[in-house]
Design a protein around this ligand. Structure first.
Ligand SMILES: Cc1cc2nc3c(=O)[nH]c(=O)nc-3n(C[C@H](O)[C@H](O)[C@H](O)COP(=O)(O)O)c2cc1C
Length: 418
């Protein structure tokens, strides 16, 4: 049987190990994780979700503190429409995060940034324009447009000197989504350099409704491959979502995918940004613990562990500090739900909000444990220690397991001394 290393992902004349480590916000796919993927010859993603907060943590800047102070007067006001991002500061944070990652890059691979359209930031066009162009300024190798429709995103970068040089791609979950994207961008005379097809078993937000279980990644991959062939479009297609072993990946590569994007297996590596305690929750999860629900204010279903602290937590909306999900009118679905509960329980100090969650605050604090469908298999990828915890893995170990494994085998790490 073949192994992933028998294949190569080609961008022009350059060849890469056909493994992309997917973007995981907020700073779950850290620079360290992305850098390992690039060092090993593949493609790593960082994410620009809540980049001001990420910058504060990494570079000791004070973007969040300053914004909170600036909008302090509005904290008890449920109308958040005044809360805006300062675009200069946003660009500064983006350039720091991406510039520092690119400066540390070693090896033959690439680093891309995952940019979610659903981070509408009370100014969807201008904030996205700022994020995309600042990423190009900072020398990012490529940008993956994700979580949202992105019909106008290429146009937002069209005047940047690197628009035709950087690798630009998009995540879709159907032929239809790709068709619309291509139609809307036809006049720019610039095709995407890669397309990621993400199926229903992925982590994070899903590009499906609550009927996600009726879809199948291999079937959608084949539809997209047939569409690209019929249209004479030679664009590498990368399959993502539920690819757990090297052999799973080989099945997609043999079917005609140019690469795979994987994430879940890397959530239990040293380089992943989740706190150690949360990584153990992922290791220990069973199949029944993994749910898809509608608590994300974005309106997209999201997969997470069912004991995630974000579910039911009725915290005050944190938009003055964050506000990444405020729509073009300054609203967020969580604010409505929170207000409803406060109005229904006027005498209670704290409320429980079940239908939506304050995603910014909870993602920022690693309290929304979003995960892929096969998280329950992570326990089969490492050793359980005497204290009941699992031995952490290295990103290199997981990457090489994808690259070289055959027969659906999973390589175990070197056992640590007890
Ligand atoms: C913890 C976690 C967080 C994720 N966050 C994001 C995100 O912020 N943006 C995005 O486009 N995809 C996100 N994803 C999806 C991954 O980038 C990837 O496409 C997908 O999970 C691959 O499937 P796998 O996890 O089964 O390997 C996330 C996945 C996980 C596991």
């Amino acid at each position: 049987m073949k192994r992933v290393d028998d294949f190569r992902l080609r961008f022009g004349k350059n060849e890469y190990v056909p493994i992309m480590v997917g973007g995981m916000g907020v700073d779950i796919s850290t620079s360290e994780l992305a850098l390992e993927a690039a060092r090993l010859g593949g493609i790593g993603h960082i994410s620009d979700a809540m980049v001001e907060d990420v910058s504060d943590r990494k570079f000791d800047t004070s973007f969040v503190k300053d914004k909170t102070k600036f909008y302090k007067f509005n904290i008890n006001n449920m109308d958040k429409s005044v809360v805006q991002f300062d675009l200069e500061r946003l660009a500064d944070a983006q350039r720091r995060h991406i510039g520092a990652t690119m400066a540390a890059k070693q090896g033959p691979g690439l680093i891309f940034v995952n940019c979610m359209e659903k981070l509408t930031m009370n100014g969807p066009r201008e904030t996205l324009r700022t994020r995309l162009n600042a990423a190009l300024d900072a020398g990012i190798d490529g940008i993956t447009l994700s979580a949202g429709l992105h019909f106008g995103s290429f146009a937002l970068m069209a005047d940047h000197p690197r628009f035709r040089e950087a690798k630009l791609g998009i995540i879709v979950s159907s032929v239809r989504a790709l068709q619309i994207f291509l139609r809307k961008n036809a006049k720019l005379d610039r095709l995407p350099d890669f397309i990621i097809v993400e199926g229903p078993l992925a982590g994070g937000h899903l590009g499906f409704g609550m009927d996600w279980a009726e879809y199948d990644l291999m079937a959608i991959t084949q539809e997209l491959l047939a569409y690209l062939k019929a249209e004479n479009l030679d664009i590498p297609l990368i399959a993502a979502g539920g690819i757990f072993t090297g052999s799973d990946a080989v099945r997609f590569l043999e079917a005609g995918a140019a690469g795979v994007q994987v994430a879940t297996r890397f959530t239990v590596t040293n380089e992943c940004g989740l706190p150690a305690k949360v990584k153990q929750e992922y290791f220990k999860a069973s199949e029944e613990d993994i749910i898809v629900n509608g608590v994300s204010p974005t309106g997209y279903p999201m997969r997470m562990l069912k004991n995630t602290p974000a579910i039911g937590a009725g915290i005050r909306p944190g938009c003055e500090s964050y506000g990444y999900l405020l729509d073009a009118t300054g609203n967020c679905a969580y604010i409505n739900s929170y207000n409803r509960e406060v109005a229904a329980h006027p005498d209670q100090k704290t409320v429980v909000v079940m239908d939506k969650t304050c995603l910014c605050t909870h993602m920022r604090n690693f309290n929304c444990w979003t995960c892929g469908h096969y998280t329950y298999r992570l326990k089969d990828t490492s050793y359980k220690k005497a204290d009941g915890d699992y031995q952490m893995l290295s990103a290199e170990h997981v990457f090489k397991d994808y690259q070289f494994s055959v027969d659906d085998q999973i390589a175990m790490p070197e056992k640590e001394e007890a």
